[in-house]
Design a protein around this ligand. Sequence first.
Ligand code: NAD
Length: 469
Amino acid sequence: MADQIPMTIGGGDVATSGAFDVVDPATGLPFGSAPECTEAQLDEAMRTAQDAYRTWRKDEDARREILRASADAVLAATDDIAPLLTQEQGKPLADAQMEVRSVALWLRYFANLEVADEVLADDENVHIRVERRPLGVVAAITPWNFPLSLAAWKIAPALRAGNTMVLKPSPYTPLATLKLGQVLAPILPAGVLNVVSGSDPLGANMTSHPVPRKISFTGSVGTGKYVAAAAAPDLKRITLELGGNDPAILLDDVDPQAVAEKLFWSAFRNNGQVCSAVKRVYAPESKYDEVVEALAAVARSAKVGAGIDPATQLGPLNNRPQRDRVENLVQDAVSRGAQAVTGGARVDGPGYFYQPTILRGATDGMAVVDEEQFGPVLPVLPYSSVADALERANGTNFGLSGSVWGADADRAEAVAEELDCGTAWVNTHLALRPDQPFGGAKWSGVGVENGHWGLSSFTETKVLHRSRR
Ligand code: NAD
């Protein structure tokens, strides 16, 4: 069993007497453990973050330099962090390495981002300047699908803006984030980034804690609503990045063979455990069979296995409840008339593996279509007209992202304009960049991350208005 990785509080390693197991989803067996943060330790993390804020907020150039050095340190530690991420999360090692590199990319992007104060007036009468000021301590809470990159989406802009942070990863995937805290501890001033770990109640204790001025949360819609309620009595600022049920609409000029590979990986990347993965495909009736078969062919060729095996393309589901949920969704759909053209069952043996599954004949109203499946299962639904497809694509409380695919990209873009969501892609999906804002419409979120919009969300406006008369 690997050693316990300590928490980072006030720049130092902090262990606890209490700990919880971390399970390798490829075996179903515990392989390490993480500290269970006590209330007193959480208080200490908040206190040290508050202390550090007094100095950290003052020197923007120093913050930029330190974030650049942080990016270098993360890159240098790729081989220490990535295998841990694979072992606790399940994803292929190459993807874990890419995720570590994305942390460095985000740190560097926000270190270099230029956002000038806005001068509204500057004449003999008056000088009016609009500044962005940091908020204070940020409580950051992340899920188990991309523990590191989603943490970086918070750490990089929050710290660049002058805030300090207490970060809590999911109890399913705490280790890579704890390791990240250790890697950054020698570079960041003590208390600027504190990493704590624990089970779900620790998240609730963070959101109701009196110190943080902002909660930056990524996770499910259900938990997001608790977070919003917990923030309200103290009027804490919130950014909520929540679940999605992204539709992909294929237009009738699409070539199913040509798009199948890209469309498949838009749905099955990270084994379908992506908030903004394609979760429903709407195909024109005229091309329905061809689309189903083209996707099924890619699914049949995808290599499922342990993330540590270099040949693996699809790892296990991250945890047993999620594997059971995916299994139940498929069983429910099949019992109501859908057909698993390929897949439709667990992979025999240990671990939380599930065969990549393409469903034909699933209909709106089935849970696998209406809810976020968050796993390697994709329902393909026929539509009769583009208006019908759009109505069904938009007819949900989710609104994270969506895509439209077709040979005539202008026509596809016009349809994409009609999607009610935070990001609408044309002939692609899951294309994310640090400078591109990302957030959800409707129940998929409140606020955005990334780009200068994401940086602003860790600030508040201050007006400096000076009379010259
Ligand atoms: P989750 O909501 O169960 O947990 C997310 C985090 O919240 C974990 O760290 C958990 O410990 C913590 N938590 C649990 N209860 C809490 C409470 N009452 N108060 C505060 N924190 C609490 O989500 P999950 O199962 O870990 O992740 C999967 C979900 O995350 C999916 O719905 C997915 O779509 C969503 N997600 C969204 C985005 C996005 O950017 N929109 C990105 C990735 C994942």
